[in-house]
Design a protein around this ligand. Structure first.
Ligand code: PMP
Length: 389
C-alpha cells in the first residue's frame, strides 16, 4: 500500500515512538501526583513538553492546554469563549470551508440561540481560492460578535490564510480570533504572537505524532482570553481541562513538533518536489485533469497538498479501482450516502465536480519511487474505468 493521505493522518515517527515509550512503561506516574517522585517526574515531562510547544508557537508556556485532539480543542475554544458566563455577546463568525469540528460547533451554538455567520471563500480559479473573503469577513463582524474562527490551512485544498491580516481585522473591532491550525502546525511556520492569533488548535497525528493527543493555545500574551471549561472534574490544567494528563501523548506531541519544525525547510522542498511530480505524471497520463484550489507554485498552498478534478470519473470509483494507493475523494466520509465535499462546493465547484475530485497528501515518509509507482497504478485504474464506462 502506498500511503498518500497525509492530510487525514500521518505515520507516527519512530523517533516519536521511542520518546513516548518510557512514559507508558517504567515512568508511568500520574503528573497530578506530585507528592511522590514518580508523579513529579511525569509532571516535569509535561511541563517541559509545554515549554517546547510554546517556544515553537511563540506563546507563553502556561497558555498551552492539552486535549485529545483538534476536535476537542475547537470545541473548547469556541464554546469556551462564547459560553463563558461573562460573555455578553451572542454572535459567532466562521468560514464556509472550515472543518466540521468548527462548523458543527457553530450549528450547535445556533441551536442554543447564538447568531452564526459563515463567511464565503474566494472561488476556484482565483489565486486565493479557498481563502476567506476578507471584505465579507469585515462586514460580518459586528458589535455583538464574541469570536471569529478561521482555519490557518485548509485540509482539502491546502489554502493558507493571511492570519495576521485577519487578526488585525478582528482586533480593530475588539474581537478575539481562534484558528484551527491542525493542517498548518508542523507543516508551515506558525508564530502565534507574530500573527497575533488569540487561540489555536492543533493535533499531534497530523505532524507525525500519535492520535488522541492535541492542544489548544489560550492566549498569546497580548489579550486576556476567558474560557469556560468544557470538561470538569479533577481541575487539572488550571481548571481549563480536567482529566489525568496523557503524559506519553504529550511528550510525543512535543517531540514530534520539535522534529517537524527542525526539519521543516528540507522536508518541505522534498515534499513539494514529490507533489509536483505526482501532479505532472497524472496530468500527462490522464486527459482533462484540473487542479482544484490555489496554483501549485503559490506560497499560499501547502506543499504536500494536491487536489485534482477528473473529467469523467468519480473520485470514489477511482479510489475503489486503486486499492493499493491510499488517497481520498471529494466526498465527506465514506458513508453510504457520501455527500460531496462542502469545502469544494464552498469554492464554487458543482456537486458533480466535487464528486469527480480527489485529494492527495504527500508526507515525510513518501519516496519518489512510491510517487512513480502510485502514478502508474492510478493511470492504469483510470484507463480501466474509462474503458468500462
Ligand atoms: N481540523 C482540521 C483542519 C483537520 O484536518 C482535522 C483532522 N481531519 C481536525 C480538525 C480534527 O482533528 P482531530 O482528528 O485531532 O480531532
Amino acid at each position: 500500500m502506498i500511503y498518500l493521505d497525509n492530510h487525514a493522518t500521518t505515520r507516527c515517527d519512530p523517533r516519536v515512538v521511542e520518546a513516548m515509550l518510557p512514559w507508558l512503561s517504567e515512568d508511568f506516574g500520574n503528573p497530578s501526583s506530585v507528592s511522590h517522585e514518580m508523579g513529579r517526574s511525569a509532571a516535569a515531562a509535561v511541563q517541559q513538553s509545554a515549554a517546547t510547544i510554546a517556544a515553537t508557537l511563540n506563546v507563553p508556556s502556561d497558555s498551552v492546554v492539552f486535549t485529545s485532539g483538534a476536535t476537542e480543542s475547537n470545541n473548547l475554544a469556541i464554546r469556551g469563549v462564547c459560553l463563558h458566563p461573562r460573555q455578553k455577546k451572542r454572535h459567532f463568525v466562521t468560514v464556509s470551508s472550515e472543518h466540521r469540528a468548527v462548523l458543527d460547533v457553530g450549528d450547535d451554538l445556533q441551536r442554543d440561540g447564538f447568531r452564526v455567520t459563515r463567511v464565503p471563500v474566494i472561488s476556484n480559479g482565483d489565486d486565493a481560492a479557498g481563502i476567506v473573503d476578507l471584505d465579507q469577513l469585515a462586514e460580518a463582524i459586528d458589535d455583538d460578535t464574541a469570536l471569529v474562527s478561521v482555519m490557518w490551512a485548509n485540509n482539502e485544498i491546502g489554502s493558507i490564510a493571511p492570519m495576521k491580516t485577519i487578526a488585525d481585522l478582528c482586533h480593530s473591532r475588539g474581537v478575539l480570533l481562534h484558528s484551527d491550525a491542525t493542517q498548518a502546525v508542523g507543516r508551515i511556520p506558525v508564530d502565534m504572537l507574530d500573527a497575533d492569533v488569540d487561540l489555536l488548535s492543533a493535533s499531534a497525528h497530523k505532524f507525525y505524532g500519535p492520535k488522541g493527543s492535541g492542544l489548544l493555545v489560550v492566549g498569546n500574551g497580548n489579550r486576556r482570553v476567558r474560557l469556560k471549561p468544557q470538561i470538569v472534574g479533577g481541575g487539572q490544567q488550571q481548571e481549563r481541562r480536567s482529566g489525568t494528563l496523557n503524559t506519553a501523548g504529550i511528550v510525543a506531541m512535543a517531540t514530534a513538533l520539535k522534529l517537524a519544525v527542525d526539519e521543516m525547510q528540507s522536508q518541505s522542498e522534498q515534499i513539494r518536489h514529490m507533489r509536483n511530480k505526482l501532479c505532472q505524471l497524472l496530468c500527462d497520463g490522464i486527459d482533462g485533469i484540473q487542479i482544484n484550489g490555489i496554483p501549485l507554485d503559490s506560497p499560499n498552498r501547502l506543499v504536500g497538498n494536491l487536489n485534482l478534478q477528473l473529467e469523467l470519473i468519480e473520485g470514489e470509483a477511482w479510489m475503489a479501482a486503486t486499492p493499493s494507493v491510499a488517497f481520498s475523494s471529494g466526498s465527506a466520509c465514506s458513508s453510504v450516502d457520501a455527500k460531496p465535499s462542502h469545502v469544494l462546493t464552498a469554492t464554487g465547484l458543482s456537486e458533480s465536480e466535487a464528486r469527480r475530485s480527489v485529494r492527495f497528501g504527500i508526507g515525510r515518509f513518501n519516496t519518489e519511487q512510491q510517487i512513480e509507482q502510485a502514478a502508474v497504478w492510478l493511470i492504469e485504474s483510470h484507463a480501466k474505468l474509462r474503458r468500462m464506462s
